[in-house]
Design a protein around this ligand. Structure first.
Ligand SMILES: [Zn+2]
Length: 225
């Protein structure tokens, strides 16, 4: 897409849910303010939005909303913008020499669409083939959660998860598939309740069709517990 720095172009880009880069676009001064200072500013901004919409913020039910939303933005749903929150890179040596594929599937994804600030809810499935290094299983859930807690584009989220695990596991052989519903598509605009979006990133050996097929077959397994 060509940009003329025209607001309509950016509007179209957002409506089509197209992201511009693999890294989350951040300002240089992103961490100049403390979390408490950010909450203070955002609180006033949320109050301003609500008042502009005509809401009476002296009502007991609405009074606490600006502060609640500001805290939720900074500490919870966008907490993954803070590099200090990145899960630690503890890995183990692959002592039992398990050289097959390991798949962690149905990892819950709660993220936020960066174009509408509405929820993205779905499942991530991750696989890797150990190169001698392994990670605890919950590590994969934590990596998903960390990158999901940002304003996101699903394609970027998928890539960021794979890049991080490639680095931690010191191998290219990592893959991720995400199947998620975007509330901005399901609840507004085209209002399609049934549709979901599937994105994938296949690194290293997963570019090979047989390996990729094996991973996708494991995802389809419907074990009853
Ligand atoms: Zn959206």
């Amino acid at each position: 897409m060509k940009f003329n720095n025209n607001l309509d172009d950016f509007d179209a880009l957002g409506n089509e849910h197209i992201g511009t880069s693999e890294n989350t676009p951040m300002r240089r001064d992103a961490f100049k303010l403390s979390n408490e200072e950010k909450i203070d500013i955002i609180k006033d901004d949320v109050r301003h939005i609500m008042e502009t919409l005509g809401l009476d913020l002296t009502d007991d039910s609405l009074k606490g909303t600006p502060n609640r939303v500001a805290k939720m933005f900074v500490k919870e749903i966008f907490g993954g913008l803070d590099p200090d929150k990145k899960p630690s890179a503890s890995t183990f040596e692959n002592k039992y020499k398990y050289g097959e594929m390991l798949v962690e599937k149905n990892i819950t994804v709660y993220s936020t669409c960066e174009h509408h600030l509405l929820p993205i809810v779905g499942k991530a499935h991750i696989a890797y083939i150990s190169n001698g290094t392994v990670v605890g299983l919950s590590k994969m859930n934590r990596v998903v959660d960390y990158f999901a807690k940002r304003p996101q584009v699903q394609e970027r989220l998928t890539i960021q998860i794979v890049r991080e695990l490639q680095e931690v596991l010191r191998t290219k052989d990592v893959a991720c598939v995400i199947d998620a519903k975007h509330l901005c598509v399901n609840s507004r605009g085209i209002r399609d309740i049934e549709s979901s979006t599937v994105t994938s990133e296949f690194g290293g050996k997963f570019k090979d069709m047989a390996t990729r097929r094996e991973f996708l077959d494991y995802i389809k397994l419907d074990t009853q517990f």
